[in-house]
Design a protein around this ligand. Structure first.
Ligand code: GRF
Length: 212
């Protein structure tokens, strides 16, 4: 039984999708904990209501600056490792991570980013895609490396950008696919189906790694 630890900062709808898919059965894994850097993250209540242990490591308690960032990541790592994770899943976790932290979880930490990487790393991805006149947008699940919103791509979800879309409309269209893609990607990992070959990640049994 593999242990999954999920990190959130807010709403937690991707976390919900993963908790529900895991509970629906067949995964050789369980959700060991949901951890937030914000005490008021809405997703914590869902996790508690579903019997998933929760923890909060409040980044505000560490102050600002590089030393604070290192101290926060060290404490977060200590709390995560208390749950003996095989996989750490970043699901709307809004923190820039230190290189030591990402190295510690190399090959066993996934992130979801709401753009078709390598386009639009960082924030405000949907607005930027609309302003750039993109005809497609989407989301990417990738292994986490030291570089922000970078790393071997496990899966991508593609949606059209329609005339008249605003940020909220496009975000909602992408999110529906995120909720299908991320549970699939996490399941593939815990089933041992993913092989990283340079920048490319291959599913051993040939499952489609593009969602639309
Ligand atoms: C999602 O769009 C995810 O791709 C991005 O932040 C959002 C989190 O939403 N990283 P939720 O907290 O999972 O509802």
């Amino acid at each position: 039984m593999k242990h999954i630890v999920i990190l959130i900062s807010g709403r937690g709808s991707n976390m919900e999708a993963i908790v529900q898919a895991c509970a629906a059965g067949g995964w050789p894994a369980r959700i060991a904990a949901v951890i937030s850097n914000r005490p008021d993250a809405a997703g914590l209540a869902f996790a508690q209501a579903h019997g998933v242990p929760t923890a909060v490591v409040d980044h505000k308690a560490f102050g600002k600056g590089d030393a604070a960032r290192v101290a926060f990541d060290a404490e977060l790592q200590r709390v995560i490792d208390g749950f003996s994770p095989d996989l750490v899943v970043l699901a709307g976790f809004m923190r820039i991570l230190t290189p030591g932290f990402t190295a510690h979880y190399a090959g066993r930490m996934l992130n979801i980013h709401p753009s078709l990487l390598p386009a639009f790393p960082g924030l405000h991805t949907h607005q930027r895609a609309i302003e750039a006149g993109c005809r497609v947008a989407g989301a990417t699940v990738h292994f986490v490396t030291a570089e922000l919103d970078h790393g071997p791509i496990v899966a991508q979800a593609v949606v059209p950008v329609l005339d008249g879309d605003d940020e909220a409309a496009l975000a909602a269209r992408v999110l529906r696919l995120e909720h299908r893609m991320y549970p699939s990607a996490v399941r593939w990992f815990v089933e041992g189906q993913l092989a990283v070959e340079g920048a490319r990640v291959r599913h051993a049994a040939g499952e489609p790694q593009m969602f639309s």
